[in-house]
Design a protein around this ligand. Structure first.
Ligand SMILES: C[S@@+](CC[C@H](N)C(=O)[O-])C[C@H]1O[C@@H](n2cnc3c(N)ncnc32)[C@H](O)[C@@H]1O
Length: 463
């Protein structure tokens, strides 16, 4: 066991006592006064961990290699359930795979409270509520992105790596996606598979250049309920149509890197979008999702709330915050209109929606059929906000930011309903909104990304 100081270039093994939870699904420990963010740990444990880099002068990052004194909240790593023969090699993105589901929600609530306190000086003790009917936390994703390795095998990326770990089925997926037998698929030339499931149909987007053979294999492997879309070949002249998803600088391969979003490309909460136009190999580019009795059209590669219960849950919670006498609602970052349409229909209000993705606005206009609804394509941070009593906002992880919070303070709105998937940017924006005169009426956390480090919040503010 090394007792020498660690640096980026010299990994070391440390014995650590794990303290509280930290952002990103890690836990905090200390080594010779230096903070260590440890992946794969549970608070209260004693572990042996290997450093994986970090700024040695300020903090270290490490991964558990052996648990010396386990927490009672530790469970066998659920990622092993997705291993193919020859596995298991573990992949990234299921930060709480080794933690009891209920306890993972408590850890998320502690991180949320900590960020609200540190950034916004708020003394709140929010809980993180389970989605209705959640039991295992393993079957919720209606949107799944998989990488494809050089041999054409679908898999997940290893943590902080481009290495593809092949999997037998899509992790955390809803049953309809989970039953697709990935271990049998070979799609050489493909770079990424994106699955989306709606009411009773699904779509698979194949990115990269798989050629006709692999696409035929995919067609045979999937039932008729699945549409298949493929990227147009590079150089076909059919690139992005230029409609901007409006997420500069945001971007992961999912909920966080959305600067290159085309109107027909993914605009998930952080995810990088596709770059090329899609061709329908079979089926349709559009899916229909029914939420609380209302039908929503959404493109297979357009933004949609990922947890199968999220659309109805968020729509209900947002609508409940809208006063019955509301005459006008503005829905910022409205996507295909899910939150604003539900609320406007309930109280009979006029609706304005603003969203960066042109294709989403086209769908929103269809989805708002029968309502007094007006939608505009544009960047929220550059928009003049329409006069309204209530503003709903559901920004990407980057949050609203100073330009938008300033517009909200200048607007005539007396109620804000802020839906967020990032506690840190929420806290920053709440600080600005409170300083400008809004008061927090309620703040609820929801575990809409079970067994990952992410959570959703809905905050109601009034003035
Ligand atoms: C988290 S999604 C919310 C969508 C919608 N509220 C829903 O529940 O389906 C965020 C949306 O904001 C859009 N967006 C991101 N940055 C934007 C910006 N600066 N201006 C306008 N829209 C933006 C994205 O295209 C995406 O549709």
């Amino acid at each position: 066991m090394s007792e020498t100081p660690t640096t980026d270039s010299a990994p070391a093994e440390l014995e650590l006592l794990i303290d509280g939870p930290a952002a990103g699904g890690t836990c905090v420990a200390r080594h010779r006064g230096q903070v260590v963010f440890v992946a794969g740990a549970v608070p209260g444990e004693r572990v042996r961990a290997r450093t994986v880099g970090g700024k040695a002068a300020t903090f270290l990052r490490a991964e558990v290699v052996e648990v010396l004194e386990p927490s009672g909240h530790r469970v066998p790593d659920r990622r092993r359930g997705y291993a193919i023969a020859g596995g298991p090699r573990l992949f990234g993105g299921m930060e709480f795979a080794h933690v009891e589901l209920a306890h993972s929600r408590e850890l998320k609530a502690q991180v949320l409270a900590d960020q609200l306190a540190r950034i916004a000086h708020l003394d709140l003790a929010p809980t993180v509520e389970a989605a209705p009917g959640e039991t295992t936390g393993l079957d919720w994703r209606t949107r799944v992105q998989l990488a494809v390795d050089a041999a054409g095998r679908p898999g997940m990326l290893a943590a902080r790596s481009h290495e593809v770990v092949p999997v037998a089925s899509a992790p955390l997926a809803c049953p309809e996606i989970a039953e697709v037998a990935l271990a049998d698929l070979r799609l050489p030339g493909a770079e990424r598979l994106e699955f989306a499931w709606a009411d009773d149909r699904g779509a698979v987007i194949v990115r990269g250049a798989p050629g006709s053979g692999p696409l035929s294999e995919l067609s045979l492997a999937l039932g008729p309920q699945w549409s298949i879309l493929a990227e147009e070949p590079a150089g076909s002249g059919r690139g992005s149509n230029g409609a901007d998803g409006g997420r500069p600088g945001v971007g992961r391969s999912g909920r966080r890197s959305r600067g290159r979003t085309s109107a027909r490309s993914a605009s998930r909460r952080g995810g990088a979008a596709g770059h090329r136009q899609l061709r329908v190999v079979r089926g349709s580019h559009s899916l229909t999702q029914t939420v609380l009795g209302r039908r929503f059209e959404v493109a297979a590669d357009g933004f949609w709330q990922v947890h199968r219960q999220a659309p109805s849950l968020l729509s209900s919670v947002v609508t409940a915050a809208v006063p019955a006498d509301t005459t006008t609602i503005t829905d910022l970052y409205c996507g295909v209109g899910l939150l604003g349409i539900g609320a406007a229909a309930e109280v009979g209000a006029r609706l304005h929606g603003i969203e960066g993705a042109r294709a989403a606005i086209a769908a929103a206009r269809i989805n708002a059929d029968g309502l007094d609804a007006h939608f505009a394509v544009g960047r929220v941070d550059a928009a003049d906000l329409p006069e309204s009593d209530v503003v709903i906002l559901d920004p990407p992880r980057a949050g609203a930011g100073p330009a938008v919070t300033s517009s909200l303070l200048d607007s005539g709105a007396s109620t804000l309903v802020y839906v967020s998937c990032d506690a840190a940017t929420l806290a920053r924006d709440l600080k600005a909104l409170r300083a400008g005169g809004f008061e927090i009426e309620s703040l609820r956390g929801f575990d809409l990304f079970p067994l990952t480090a992410h959570l959703e919040t809905v905050t109601v503010l009034r003035r």
